[in-house]
Structures are given as structure tokens and as C-alpha cells.
Design a protein around this ligand. Structure first.
Ligand code: AMP
Ligand code: TRP
Length: 374
């Protein structure tokens, strides 16, 4: 299992509790945190990597801080997509979050493009951050390689829209997985540059990492990710979880049942660290080292524990699907709550920057029609 390692101020939780309890046991973010913001692209089914790396933390944090969670559709369009499918993708992501325990009574949930000020602030950050810094972003380089036919500028400036998402609400804590830490550095850089140039407006946001910073996929090698098809989905049935786990990679030393293994070199054992009790983990480690158990025995216990963590999410999702209008209501209410906040921040930003046109030219008598334009 990866050593639970944390952002300063967010020490590891008690290892080995089932995921839901583990989330509840997570400590609060640093006391200085006043507002949480995070987001995800509406890009397909949520998996246990999203859950352990980010969502479980979101659920825990909503008890302790004001939280805002955004479905970032404007980020999603930097990749090829089908416009007709976007609304369903957005609703599906919202359903997944609510099923996972995001509570709209305590957290604000909304769709990024419903608050246009995000894009306006992103433009401002575009004028402050040098091109060279953006070109160095690992995710930009990866995506440019993966979609060579569509290296649009949005792909490059993606982290500045992300910075704007956070800054527009003056959020200072951002729960994400490890792969987003570099983007968070960029967000800090962007707001620092703004504050230096125009005066102190934005706090510097810090990442809040969960103990599972990076969850590997079923291949035991690469990060769990939908695009690699190595995931266990949060909505997977017990049968499907088992169908995926049974052939999943274990320690290569255990070719035969009688071959002993090294649990620390086995991703299945790492997953026990997220889902199983200390007693079960000790049983799995001992059985692996002594060849007292087979990998199949080890996986069966894990499958049972994963099912126990996923069952309440599946049930909540099924209940929500019976009320399709509810998700839209929640997203509409979220946007209505946030619009005035975003508007106020942009007013402050424009004022600092000498961009007073909206105020100066507000309420003027209507201009006489220009010739040819009515
Ligand atoms: P994505 O699925 O890449 O859009 O990521 C959504 C959120 O989940 C981000 O905060 C990621 O850092 C986090 N995340 C995604 N995959 C993993 C993983 N395999 N392990 C840990 N965190 C992850
Ligand atoms: N880039 C993030 C991801 O791919 C999604 C995101 C957009 C985000 N804006 C954000 C995350 C603001 C945290 C804060 O997962």
C-alpha cells in the first residue's frame, strides 16, 4: 500500500477503516481554510480512484467547511465531444456525486458554465501568466500527445480556467488527487501574480490530498482511469466487481498457489488498505507471505468489502434516478446561490484593474440607432 502521506496540515486518517468510515475519520483541512472548491469534468462514470482520491474527501469536508463543487463543462470541451450528449453527461456526474454522499443541503453543487464569470476571470489570468509556464504542464503535454489533431489553445490555458474556478469564490482549500497538484501550483501562481500587480484580492489555494493520492487500476501499474479501462466503477454490481477483480494483477511472484508473495508489491493488497479492516489486512499479508492463502481467497475478501462500500451508493443512485427532476433543481439552486458571489468578485477585479466601463456606462440613455443597425 502506498504510505499515507498528506499535505501539511492534513495528516493521514486511521488506515484500514472501510472507505466510508475512513472518509468520516479524515481530519479537517488546516484551520485556516475558509472555503472549499473542487470540480470534475463530466467525463463518464466515477470510479474508486475518483472516490478514494477526491470524492471521499469532499464528503468528509462538507461537514466542516463551506463547500462548492462544480461540474466543469467548459473544461470538458477542450477534448472532442458530442454536443447532444453533454447535458446527459452533466446530469450523470451530478447523480454520481449525490449517490456518493455529496449533500446539497450542505454543499453547493453547480455547473461551471451556468456562472459566466469563471470564463471572464480566466481571461484576466491569461494576461498574467507567461506562456512558458503553461507549456510545462504535464497534463497539457500528455493531452497534446494523445489528441494531436486537436491541440486547441483551451488545452493550454486549461489550468487558468481552473484557477479562475477557485479564485472567483475566493476558495482556499481544494480537495483533489495527486495528478492535480501541478494545476494547483499554477492556480497559486496566477492569483499571486494578480495580487502583486493589482492588490490583494485572492487567497492562495492549497491542495487537500486524501491518503489515497493515487489509486492504481486493475492492471496494477497505471493510475486508475476511465480512459485506460482499468477501473472499478462506483455503480458496478457485485457480479461485475468480481468479474473485474478475479483476473486482476497480483504480485508476479505468486505464479502458483504454493508460491509465496510480497504483499507490498501487490496492488490488491494496496486496495485492502482502503477497504478492509486491520485484521483482514493482517490475514491477507500473512497468507500472501506464507502462501497460506491463494490470491483468489485474498480477492474474495476484498470484493466483499468493496461491495459493502459501494452498496449504499448504488442504492442512493437508484433512488435518485426515480426523481429525475431533482438533480436539475439542485444544479439550478447551486448556480443561483453562486452567481451573486461571482459577480461581486468580478466587480472588485474590474475596479482594481481600471476596467470601469460597466459602471461608467451603466444606466446611460440609449444611444441613437446607428445607421444600418436597428
Ligand atoms: P478525473 O477522473 O481525472 O477527471 O479526476 C477527477 C478527480 O479524481 C481529480 O481530483 C483527480 O485527481 C482524482 N482522481 C482521478 N483518478 C484518480 C486515481 N486513480 N487516484 C487518485 N485520484 C484520482
Ligand atoms: N482539472 C480538474 C480535473 O481534471 C477539474 C477541475 C476544474 C478542478 N476546475 C477545478 C479541480 C477547480 C479543482 C478545482 O480533475
Amino acid at each position: 500500500m502506498t504510505t499515507p502521506e498528506e499535505t501539511p496540515g492534513t495528516p493521514a486518517s486511521e488506515p484500514g477503516l472501510p472507505a466510508t468510515e475512513e472518509a468520516a475519520a479524515l481530519p479537517a483541512a488546516p484551520a485556516a481554510i475558509t472555503r472549499i472548491f473542487s470540480g470534475m469534468q463530466p467525463s463518464g462514470e466515477l470510479h474508486i480512484g475518483n472516490w478514494l482520491g477526491a470524492l471521499a474527501n469532499w464528503v468528509a469536508l462538507q461537514d466542516r467547511h463551506p463547500c462548492i463543487f462544480s461540474i466543469v463543462d467548459l473544461h470538458a470541451i477542450t477534448q472532442d465531444y458530442e454536443p447532444a450528449e453533454m447535458p446527459a453527461r452533466i446530469r450523470d456526474m451530478a447523480l454520481g456525486w449525490l449517490a456518493a454522499g455529496i449533500d446539497p443541503e450542505r454543499s453547493v453543487v453547480f455547473v461551471q458554465s451556468a456562472v459566466p464569470e469563471h470564463a471572464e476571470l480566466a481571461w484576466i489570468f491569461n494576461t498574467l501568466v507567461p506562456l512558458g509556464l503553461l507549456e510545462r504542464m504535464t497534463q497539457f503535454k500528455d493531452k497534446a500527445k494523445n489528441q494531436p489533431e486537436n491541440v486547441n489553445s483551451g488545452l493550454l490555458t486549461y489550468p487558468l480556467l481552473q484557477a479562475a474556478d477557485i479564485a472567483i469564490y475566493k476558495a482556499d482549500g481544494v480537495p483533489v488527487g495527486e495528478d492535480q497538484v501541478q494545476h494547483l501550483e499554477m492556480a497559486r501562481d496566477a492569483v499571486r501574480k494578480f495580487n502583486n500587480r493589482y492588490g490583494e484580492v485572492f487567497p492562495e489555494p492549497q491542495p487537500i490530498l486524501s491518503p489515497a493520492r493515487k489509486v492504481l487500476g486493475l492492471d496494477g501499474e497505471r493510475k486508475m482511469s476511465k480512459s485506460l479501462n482499468n477501473q472499478i466503477g462506483l455503480n458496478d454490481s457485485p457480479e461485475l466487481v468480481w468479474a473485474k477483480l478475479a483476473p486482476a494483477k497480483t504480485d508476479v511472484r505468486r505464479k502458483k498457489r504454493t508460491d509465496p508473495g510480497v504483499p507490498e508489491d501487490c496492488n490488491i493488497f494496496a486496495w485492502h488498505g482502503f477497504f478492509s479492516s486491520p485484521g483482514e489486512r493482517a490475514w491477507a499479508a500473512e497468507g500472501c507471505r506464507t502462501a497460506g492463502i491463494g490470491c483468489r481467497d485474498c480477492k474474495q475478501v476484498l470484493a466483499k468489502n468493496i461491495d459493502a462500500a459501494l452498496a449504499p451508493m448504488r442504492e442512493r443512485r437508484a433512488a435518485l434516478e426515480r426523481h429525475p427532476g431533482r438533480v436539475d433543481e439542485i444544479l439550478a439552486a447551486g448556480a443561483a446561490t453562486l452567481r451573486p458571489i461571482a459577480r461581486a468578485t468580478m466587480e472588485e477585479v474590474r475596479e482594481r484593474m481600471g476596467l470601469d466601463a460597466r459602471v461608467r456606462y451603466a444606466g446611460q440613455p440609449p444611444a441613437p440607432p446607428l445607421r444600418g443597425i436597428d
